[in-house]
Design a binder for this molecule. Structure first.
Ligand code: ADP
Length: 445
């Protein structure tokens, strides 16, 4: 009987799933960013360096030659089209390649060249005269591990003697066989099985230990524990490298456990601001009125492209159907799409094939589309406690220096709760959000 009760409960949950906030999953977002990125994200900001040990040497390089890489590795780097080190690489690479090895914690936003940096370090440290694993790289998901492995394979194009193996689901090694590959890239669970449970390689002989996407990793408590268990078996002279796109205290606490006596480098990101954005709110009685508001705005403003944010998939699909019926060309980006589908949607929108992108929170950060002039919050951003989510608001509406053009943001308010969120956001940023009378929308311009 109790089982039946359970089954029933599950069913009702799943039929509700459309109502649940469609939030970004860190691992998915990170993968998507990697795939749609066309090249380096440049930053005008400076790099910040902290050293526990002031005697440790530190210098930076302006060229890949200055690193004295093996010639075939340098050839691989150039074949990837890299002419000079990125900002984070200028400082990280000399440290990562130094002798004696130094431990490093590096933080910079995605797209700044972290993966390329540690992959180069991993490849440089391999001794191909020894046929056993010497380098471990932990990634939070199957897909991210494969991405990193593909970078390694490309960079090692002219070094066929370096062997790489994936420790991910679907990969099997017969029990009792010793792994002879030099580098293993994989997820924590599989790495733990291979290294500690089945002893397919000797963790005590690892020279380099890389923790990639550490901020995504700690999203799952299990992963963190597995990393720590592997880490405990590493030799004391193993070089530790720790990479993260964010620098919050949870990430740094984890880093402290993994990386003794590190050099810490950070590349600050250019923050979004609301400076050039005109912000409005519109009072609506219900969802139908919200829709009317959007149509009215459309009637008045000559809009480049618009992004409309909804809280749930259900709202997003309702809105897109309605707008399509009324003759607007709209695209929808929500959490039920595969990575390939999301890329396709974003590519079409970038190319201007659709004027309106309706989305949930699946990608609140990272849709830097220059021609977007209007952002509409169909639903106000809120956190799990239904409180104002100011950070998400800023990512939705704000622009960085690069895309510093003027823009318009409109918040649709249909309850006292959403009004409260709007007021909280206004107070948080100290920037006025003006009431807009939608029947008289001429005042927007
Ligand atoms: P991150 O790991 O910080 O997200 P990646 O190492 O993946 O960054 O680099 C982001 C993009 O920039 C990739 O497309 C990569 O091929 C490219 N890239 C990395 N380093 C360089 C470089 N020195 N010169 C040119 N392009 C680079």
């Amino acid at each position: 009987i109790s089982n039946m009760g359970m089954a029933k409960k599950d069913e009702s949950n799943s039929s509700d799933s459309d109502e649940v906030a469609d939030n970004a999953n860190r691992a998915d977002t990170s993968l998507l960013m990697k795939i749609i990125r066309q090249g380096l994200v440049e930053s005008k900001l400076d790099i910040e360096i902290q050293r526990k040990d002031p005697n440790s040497p530190l210098h930076s390089v302006k060229s890949f030659e200055a690193l004295h890489l093996k010639p075939n590795l340098l050839k691989g780097v150039y074949a990837m089209g890299f002419n000079a080190p990125s900002k984070i690489q200028e400082t990280a690479l000399p440290t990562l390649l130094a002798d004696p090895p130094q431990n490093m914690i590096a933080q910079s936003q995605s797209g700044t060249g972290k993966t390329a940096a540690f992959v180069l370090a991993m490849l440089s440290r391999v001794d191909t005269n020894k046929n056993y694993p010497q380098v471990l790289c932990l990634s939070p998901t199957y897909e991210l591990a494969i991405q990193t492995g593909e970078v390694a394979a490309k960079m090692a194009k002219y070094c066929p003697e370096i062997k790489l193996k994936y420790a991910v689901r679907g990969e099997e090694v017969a029990k009792g066989t010793a792994i002879t590959d030099h580098i293993i890239i994989g997820t924590p669970g599989k790495m733990l099985d291979w290294g500690l449970k089945f002893r397919l390689f000797d963790v005590g002989k690892i020279k380099v230990f890389v923790l990639d996407e550490a901020d995504v990793m700690i999203d799952r408590q299990g992963h963190q524990d597995q990393c720590i268990r592997i880490h405990k078996c590493l030799p004391s002279n193993c070089q530790m490298m720790f990479f993260s796109a964010t620098y919050d205290s949870a990430v740094m606490d984890f880093a402290e456990i993994i990386v003794p006596n590190p050099i810490i480098i950070r590349l600050l990101r250019e923050e979004e601001s609301l400076d050039n954005i005109k912000q409005y709110y519109v009072k609506c009685k219900n969802v139908e009125e919200k829709y009317r508001a959007i149509c009215n705005i459309y009637g008045v403003v000559t809009i480049g492209q618009a992004i409309i944010f909804c809280h749930t998939r259900k709202n997003a699909s309702w809105l897109s159907e309605k707008m399509s019926k009324d003759g607007h060309s709209v695209a929808v980006l929500s959490g039920d799409l595969t990575v390939e589908q999301r890329i396709a949607v974003l590519d079409r929108f970038r190319a201007g094939l659709e004027k309106v992108l309706i989305t949930t929170n699946v990608l609140s950060r990272g849709i830097d589309v220059e021609q977007v002039t209007l952002v509409v919050n169909f639903d106000m951003p809120m956190d799990m406690n239904r409180k104002a989510d100011c950070e998400t608001y800023l990512h939705r509406i704000g622009r960085t220096g690069r895309f510093g053009k003027a823009g318009i943001a409109i918040n649709l308010i249909d309850s006292s709760h959403s009004m409260e969120i709007c007021k909280t956001i206004e107070a948080h940023f100290g920037k006025k959000i003006q009431l807009l009378d939608i029947e008289d929308a001429d005042e927007i311009e």
